[in-house]
Ligand binder design. Structure first.
Ligand code: ADP
Ligand code: MG
Length: 624
């Protein structure tokens, strides 16, 4: 492919922007050297004329409020009169072109009252500012890909009007990008999941970002995606949740240190960042602690529990659901008529959001497998790939191309769904713990044909926590795999005695080409024999470990059961087994295991007698 043919996909977001690119293995997002893909859509201008973009600009917003520009997307293609609500909250100077023209005595030339931003005395259009962000995205893509990038697909919200779309095109042009297509964000999300290639369906895209929310209803028919309706609120998003947390903490600080306590701008900004960090932490931890240094030795610390955060979020999430109902109404659909709900935007990582959306549409329909803050950029990359004429032979098949399972004790691959199973399908198996009092288990989801977890492809991990302490082997952990018709894998784990559960959603074939799958299958056939031995060894070691622990316990419980001769025999067998466990010969381990079992027989017998006695004694006591 010549350099000129490359097209990247760009999600130009209100809060974060990023690029994606199509590769032979599917779309991937562009990451910097540190591995991060998101570029905060923030631009900082220093008095000496230097410009910084992204995380650095965001971090310094507080020192530099008049010269730090964020949320430019809100200004795109707008007139001043459209922006009353935004102008109140944006700290930098936004002026109307009419105002400027008036001052310069050239009113006649100005048709529409367009928006300008004034920073350090310099006037810039929103297009120019967006171009600064796009240039940064472009530069990062060029650095990552090691080649020039001159063409892009850029996404915009479904509700953007012509002026806003045109402004986005202009921004691309100013940044040195030929904009090959403007794509709706919800459509991009659908492309990222490959839903357009599947059966006809009605899909809702729920997008909760930093400062905006929208729900779009899309009809997919014959591979074509059509937006039926869209509804939302351009002032509802993660920022509101951050503010709830800030207000909570500020209120408590005041009631502790005096109602008149003034927060310095630096403290405010710190508080905002802490609040956001706490919100993000609560998405996968039960609590988060915020510590604010108020100076003069006053440090205020507050732990927020997930339940408390959910209570604070409820009214905002209620509002998003109101918009969902309105959008559904406009599209003439009921929640039951929606086949899938694609979750988009950083805030859809919040479990409470997923739960509430699941309650409205049905939990099984809610798609979260693709990172919600990357899904739009990935979809833009897919669209770019289509425009480049790349074939999309990604695996979205009606059968599972590779086996799916989880890592079991000792690093073996426990398969739950075998390759070539027709989808949709499901399977479940019960596992247990191996350590007394174990309260959490790691579930590592794998794909592949090999017998060892290390040789399979890791699809994801999650933890089931809060299992009540029980002896090893006590908990019943049912792990369920469910693959729906779109190839989305849902893995859940549920401890049946306590009802604790956790789950994860994955697109198992994401990024795998037909060739890669074939190679994986071929390799498994070639390695079948050593793999089988390796798996057998793991099983034997697990079993040997169980026997050794049981012997140890029994020696404590019934120490008198063995004669000194018998004890000698047992100690010898145990020592032999331990030595053989260090080696890799299954037959030798098996033989030693049998020796231990035989030598421990009197011990086992004595222990059983004791259990019987206890039961009898127990009965008698009960009878009394
Ligand atoms: P936009 O589309 O508006 O540019 P994003 O989709 O990147 O924005 O979403 C940004 C928002 O998502 C921010 O409010 C951020 O705090 C929030 N966010 C990111 N990750 C998480 C998380 N793990 N839990 C909760 N909120 C998150
Ligand atoms: Mg977005």
């Amino acid at each position: 492919m010549a350099t000129d043919d490359l097209i990247i996909g760009i999600d130009l977001g209100t809060t974060n922007s990023l690029a994606g690119v199509m590769t032979p293995a599917g779309p991937v997002v562009v990451r910097d050297a540190a591995g991060s893909a998101l570029i905060p859509s923030v631009i900082a201008f220093t008095p000496d004329g230097a410009v910084t973009v992204g995380a650095a600009a965001k971090a310094h917003a507080v020192e530099n409020p008049l010269a730090t520009v964020y949320s430019v997307k809100r200004l795109m293609g707008k007139g001043v009169q459209d922006l009353a609500e935004d102008l109140r909250v944006l700290p930098y100077a936004v002026v109307g072109s009419r105002q400027v023209a008036l001052a310069e005595g050239q009113l006649d030339e100005i048709q529409r009252d367009l928006v300008w931003v004034r920073v350090n005395g310099r006037l810039m259009t929103p297009q120019e500012l967006s171009a600064v962000i796009l240039k940064e995205v472009k530069a990062r893509a060029e650095a990552a890909l090691g080649r020039a990038v001159t063409q892009a697909v850029i996404t915009v919200p479904a509700y953007f009007d012509d002026a806003q779309r045109q402004a986005t095109r202009d921004a691309g042009r100013i940044a040195g990008l030929e904009v090959k297509r403007i794509v709706n964000e919800p459509t991009a999300a659908v492309l990222a999941y490959g839903l357009d290639q599947r059966q006809d369906a009605t899909v809702a895209v729920y997008d909760l970002g930093g400062g905006t929310f929208d729900l779009s209803v899309l009809k997919i028919a014959g591979g074509v995606c059509q937006v039926l309706s869209t509804h939302g609120d351009t002032h509802l998003g993660g920022d509101d949740l951050d503010r709830e947390l800030m207000d909570l903490i500020a209120g408590e600080v005041r009631s502790r240190y005096g109602e008149h306590l003034e927060f310095t701008p630096a403290t405010r900004q710190a508080l905002r960042l802490f609040a956001e960090a706490a919100k993000i932490r609560i998405s996968d931890h039960p609590t988060a602690t915020v510590e604010v240094d108020l100076g003069e030795g006053r440090v205020f610390s507050r732990t927020i529990a997930r339940e408390e955060f959910e209570a604070l979020s409820a009214k905002w999430i209620d509002r998003t659901l109101e918009h969902c109902r309105l959008a559904l109404g406009d599209a003439g659909k009921t929640p039951a008529q929606i086949d899938r709900v694609v979750m988009v935007g950083g805030c859809t990582r919040i479990p409470y959001v997923r739960r509430r959306v699941g309650e409205l549409f049905g939990p099984a329909k809610v798609y979260t497998a693709v990172n919600p803050d990357e899904v739009v950029a990935l979809g833009a990359a897919v669209q770019a790939g289509i425009l480049m004429g790349l074939k999309r032979d990604l695996l979205l098949l009606d059968v599972t191309p590779l086996s799916l399972g989880i890592e079991t004790l000792g690093g073996a691959m426990g398969k739950l769904i075998l390759r070539n199973t027709t989808v949709p399908c499901q399977a479940s198996e019960v596992f247990t713990t191996y350590v007394d009092g174990q309260t959490s288990v790691d579930i590592h989801v794998l794909q592949g044909e090999r017998e060892l977890a290390a040789d399979c492809r890791s699809l994801g991990r999650f933890q089931l926590r809060g299992i009540p302490p029980m002896p090893a082997g006590g908990p019943r952990i049912r792990v369920g795999f469910l693959i729906d018709a779109n190839g989305i894998l849902n893995v859940s784990a549920r401890e049946e005695r306590s009802g604790r559960e956790a789950s994860v959603q994955i697109t198992p074939s994401h990024g795998l080409t037909r060739q890669e799958v074939d190679a994986m299958v071929k390799e498994s056939l070639a390695k079948a024999r050593p793999d089988m031995v390796a798996h057998q060894l793991i099983d034997l070691r697990n079993e040997a470990g169980r026997i050794l622990r049981a012997v140890e316990k029994a020696l404590i419980n019934v120490p008198q059961a063995l004669s000194s001769e018998q004890r000698l025999l047992l100690d010898g067998a145990v020592a032999m087994l331990k030595t053989r466990l260090q080696q890799d010969d299954p037959d030798q381990i098996y033989a030693a295991m049998n020796l231990v079992n035989d030598a421990a027989m009197p011990l086992t017998q004595a222990q059983m007698d004791q259990v019987m006695k206890q039961t009898v004694v127990g009965k008698k006591l009960e009878d009394l």
